[in-house]
Design a protein around this ligand. Structure first.
Ligand code: ADP
Length: 362
């Protein structure tokens, strides 16, 4: 078991088309036993970070420490890690048992000890009845459990998981996600998990690191990241459907901050600590934080419904607001008709204000 310190990690790739800064000054302390996910869009540097921790990639600068030990220069095999990849790459000609034992055998561990270890982990992954099967006789989920077992059997200090569920179909992914969470509960080994799937990160992790363009955007518990996103990128990346973004201006009226967008004026509980240089601002509101209110409610915003979609237990209503549209999320029992005019209320405590407008707003 070990806590992991990632200290000012930087990685550049030099290629014919120039230099790519895959990772910029990544610093992070991961507690012993913690489950931390690195999440972000494709190319944001999350795999590079994991590969450096694994020793498969050399950083341009920065250090990795496991407990007090600086392991930056150690070979992968000397780091006491186990890695699980998206492609589980089992040996097809070997049985499940032989696949599980392979790493132990290579390290010269005797037959009895190997059998004891297989017997200990097989039930944990519900593989007891499958030990003599070949990988082709297993389902995708079972194969992925063997891949996890192969990592587990080595009893590593740190688990590194790179999109381990992304080859599974949607239903199985949800199932394996729960299994992985249960496994972590049981083992309490440090796990570092890479995914582009924010929902996977939200459901599995003690803490999430949101990355974009090689730069850490925010680190926090799933709750913190969801309810207090540090910037517009995090706000839009985390949560489905995405946070609604309304472009407008922030003004002070009668000493109070008011957000004004096309067709709406929303008083805010407090001005940002530093008023931005330009009034351009973006108001963020999650689809579940827009309420349907009586038409005569104070501050009600009148708007027209364009489309309503049923999504199982919920409904998503697309509503024209100013020059754009917002999504309102309600229980499925709330039925709105396209063309209908509704009155909306925004709870000031659940609004997010971002300086500037458009994609680059921070
Ligand atoms: P992610 O895992 O978030 O999709 P990566 O860590 O794989 O992102 O990549 C981060 C950036 O570094 C990308 O721009 C990618 O193209 C670049 N990159 C990754 N590996 C290499 C490499 N071996 N050579 C050149 N560029 C690379």
């Amino acid at each position: 078991m070990a806590n992991v310190r990632i200290d000012r990690l930087h990685k550049e790739f030099r290629g014919p088309t120039g230099t790519v800064h895959a990772l910029q000054e990544l610093t992070l302390d991961i507690a012993d036993g913690e489950f931390v996910s690195l999440v972000g869009p494709s190319g944001c540097g999350k795999s590079t970070a994991l590969r450096i921790i694994a020793g498969l990639e050399v950083p341009s600068s920065g250090r990795i420490l496991f407990g007090p030990r600086d392991i930056t220069k150690l070979e992968p095999r000397d780091r006491n890690i186990a890695m699980v990849f998206q492609s589980y790459a089992l040996y097809p000609h070997m049985t499940v048992r032989q696949n599980l034992e392979y790493g132990l055998r290579k390290r010269g561990i005797g037959k009895e000890e190997r059998a004891r270890k297989v017997a200990a982990i097989a039930p944990m992954l519900r593989l007891e009845t499958m030990l003599e099967r070949k990988p082709r006789q297993l389902s995708g989920g079972q194969r992925q459990r063997v891949a996890l077992g192969r990592a587990l059997i080595r009893d590593p200090e740190v688990f590194l998981l790179d999109e381990p569920l992304s080859n599974l179909d949607a239903k199985l992914r949800v199932h394996m996600r729960a299994e992985l969470a249960a496994l972590h509960q049981k083992l309490r080994t440090t796990m570092i998990y890479v995914t582009h799937d924010q929902l996977e990160a939200m459901t599995l992790s003690d803490r999430i690191v949101v990355m974009n363009h090689g730069v850490m955007q925010q680190v926090g518990t799933p709750e913190e990241i969801y309810s207090r996103p540090a910037n517009r990128f995090v706000a839009e990346f985390i949560g489905t459907p995405s946070m609604n973004m309304i472009e407008g201006e922030l003004r002070i009226e009668g000493g109070r901050p008011v957000f004004q967008g096309p067709g709406i004026a929303v008083p805010l509980p407090q001005a940002p600590p530093r008023m931005p240089a330009t009034p351009q601002a973006t108001l963020g509101v999650r689809p579940e934080d827009i309420a349907l209110v009586p038409p005569d409610a104070p501050g009600a915003i009148r708007a027209k419904v364009t489309v309503s979609e049923l999504a199982g237990a919920e409904r998503y209503h697309f509503i024209e607001l100013g020059s754009g549209s917002v999504i309102l999320r309600t229980p499925a029992t709330t039925v709105l008709r396209p063309g209908e005019t509704v009155a909306l209320g925004l709870d000031p405590a659940r609004l997010h204000l971002f300086a500037g407008a458009g994609e680059d707003a921070a």
